[in-house]
Design a protein around this ligand. Sequence first.
Ligand SMILES: Nc1nc2c(ncn2[C@@H]2O[C@H](COP(=O)(O)OP(=O)(O)O)[C@@H](O)[C@H]2O)c(=O)[nH]1
Ligand SMILES: [Mg+2]
Length: 189
Amino acid sequence: MTNKEKATKLLIAGHFGAGKTTFVKTASQIKTVETERRTTLEEEKSKKQSTTVAMDYGEYQTEDGRKVNIFGVPGQKRFSFMWSILAKNTETVILLLDSTDISRWYETFEQINVFRKEIPNARFVFVANKRDLPNALSMEEIKKKLKLPAHMKLLECVATDKDSVISVIKEALDETNCKSANQMAVANI
Ligand SMILES: Nc1nc2c(ncn2[C@@H]2O[C@H](COP(=O)(O)OP(=O)(O)O)[C@@H](O)[C@H]2O)c(=O)[nH]1
Ligand SMILES: [Mg+2]
């Protein structure tokens, strides 16, 4: 099988409200599969009306013919049974963070702990999303909060913008940019 025929599995992970479903939808060249249900918890209702309960799925083909199957995870721990299922055979993980709100970043770290066991050799890249919003933390502040080691890149993104999302995917798929979970020593927020 040539490289062109073999699809790459890209996982979009991160906390509730980080922008995962939006990211998959913006990137996908096919109609995405969504599993949105109405939010039920008061705290979540105040942020948005629906939440992903199982997964998002979309597909993207790079200009050089590489097919990328994109899976999005549900953010909250109560759906964590899906984290390990969706992680299987993943080559690259994008860890999305809402740049305007750190209150649920801890969920991203709960996911990382699962991924460390399930896919220790996958590549990981942190992506600060919602860079279009005026109250976004600066990239330096985010790096500091993550205690991101110098060798780990932090990319920026606006998940509603196609060019931004595609450029993040290209960078994330570039092996030189990302490190495996075992090489990641990050803050446990
Ligand atoms: N301004 C702005 N809003 C965004 C961006 N990405 C996502 N959103 C909004 O943030 C909310 C949560 O996004 P969603 O994709 O449901 O997050 P998920 O829980 O990670 O799947 C939605 O209202 C989106 O429209 C972004 O880059 N900029
Ligand atoms: Mg979602």
